[in-house]
Design a protein around this ligand. Structure first.
Ligand code: NAD
Ligand code: MG
Length: 382
């Protein structure tokens, strides 16, 4: 039986991971979240983990009172999340925290020898070198949960030699603003940006999908997960979100993975790999789907893809810088403090202040985070 430490259990991926666990009877050893006491209390009562943690101290104290009747140990702070990631009894730590707050718990889990199922892409973008070096040193596997990377991972299975890989093609839904002009984007609202055409997700990633920063993050994520150069990665807009990504071999043979847009499949495969089991995902009916369409991305109207591509090409702390600047700009947009088109502008302007170091430490990443957040707020006058 699989045993899981689940980080970010109250979010979109967290809830769907628990659907998968319920379906297959996996043991949940730890649950963590930021502050949602109601949801995590119900999860503790259902899944009976040994540990649970809330980052927010006050919420953690409230939770402790509420579950006094149970043997669960309640922890708090980001140290509590790290403890759940690394010391709880799961063989797999599934990280579905949002943002680079997930970086430290991921490193702690890897250093404790846990297999990582990673939804938290900001971790690989902000600290790709730290995470992949630690994984190599500890001989730990990082299994992708992000649907595109799960698709690539699945396409590569059975590949005799990785060096025959010529190209990775990431598919993108194009988000709610596909086909819009720069001028039209000036006027879009938060409510417009939250209307994703094919996926139901947390708010931060939904805004990242609208700006296409999400695809830029995924490009960097693919560089680290599959050890390829950024130039080997192309992006194609595919509105139906049925083809989850493709790979091309040196003989021009292209392999793709298809399925309905349902995160439970990549979540389940990251947990069951290398085995496969029946999943709640609806069977694919190509007659019903009929047509699949593909378009070239509009890099001018949606500059975030190139912002990320250039950051990973520069290397060092640049990916961390654009990620952290985006986390702040994305938040300011959700708070109604800046406009949609301010997001790419603020990220580019703030990233100019990055002091690059090719061989960075975790502290360098945190310092970059503080600097970028400060610069974005300063440049936005908020
Ligand atoms: P969400 O906002 O729905 O959930 C985030 C979870 O993280 C919650 O449980 C929250 O309590 C917790 N959290 C928030 N801030 C935290 C902090 N500072 N420290 C510790 N925990 C914190 O987000 P989501 O949509 O589930 O996305 C989670 C991650 O998975 C993101 O990195 C996202 O890019 C990635 N992802 C999501 C989807 C999706 O369909 N939702 C698909 C692919 C990848
Ligand atoms: Mg994705």
């Amino acid at each position: 039986m699989k045993r899981i430490n689940l980080l970010g259990s109250t979010g979109s991926i967290g809830l769907q991971t628990l659907d998968v666990a319920r379906e297959h009877g996996y043991k949940i050893e730890a649950l963590t979240a930021y502050s949602n006491v109601d949801i995590i209390e119900n999860q503790i009562r259902e899944f009976k983990p040994e540990y649970a943690a809330l980052v927010d101290e006050k919420a953690a104290n409230d939770l402790k009172q509420r579950v006094k009747d149970l043997p669960v140990k309640i922890l708090s702070g980001i140290e509590g999340v790290s403890f759940c990631a690394s010391e709880a009894k799961g063989d797999i730590t599934l990280n579905s925290v949002v943002g680079m707050a997930g970086l430290k718990p991921t490193l702690d889990a890897i250093n404790a020898g846990k297999t990582i199922a990673l939804a938290n892409k900001e971790t690989l973008v902000a600290g790709g070198k730290l995470v992949t070096d630690a994984a190599k040193k500890n001989n730990v596997a990082i299994l992708p949960v992000d649907s595109e990377h799960s698709a690539i991972f699945q396409c590569l299975l059975g590949s005799p030699r990785n060096h025959a890989l010529k190209r990775i093609v990431l598919t993108a839904s194009g988000g709610p603003f596909f086909g819009k002009t720069k001028d039209e984007l000036e006027k879009v609202t938060l409510a417009d940006a939250l209307k994703h055409p094919s996926w139901s997700m947390g708010q931060k990633i939904t805004i990242d999908s609208a700006t296409m920063f999400n695809k830029g993050l995924e490009l960097i994520e693919a560089v680290w997960l599959f050890d390829v150069s950024p130039d080997m990665i192309d992006i194609v807009v595919h509105r139906e979100s049925i083809v989850h990504s493709l790979i091309e071999y040196s003989d021009n043979s292209v392999i793709a993975q298809l399925g309905h847009p349902d995160m439970r499949l990549p979540i389940q495969f990251a947990i069951t790999y290398p085995d496969r089991f029946p999943s709640p995902e609806k069977q694919l009916d190509l007659w019903e789907i009929g047509n699949l369409s593909f378009y070239k991305p509009d890099y001018e109207t949606f500059p975030c893809m190139d912002i990320c591509r250039n950051a990973i090409k520069k290397g060092g702390l640049y990916p961390a810088a654009v990620n952290c600047a985006n986390e702040e700009a994305n938040l300011l947009f959700r708070q109604g403090k800046i406009s949609f088109t301010d997001i790419p502008r603020l990220i580019s302007e703030a990233a100019e202040y990055t002091e690059n170091k090719p061989d960075y430490t975790l502290d360098d990443v945190y310092n970059t985070d503080s600097l970028m957040r400060e610069k974005v707020r300063e440049l936005a006058n908020v």
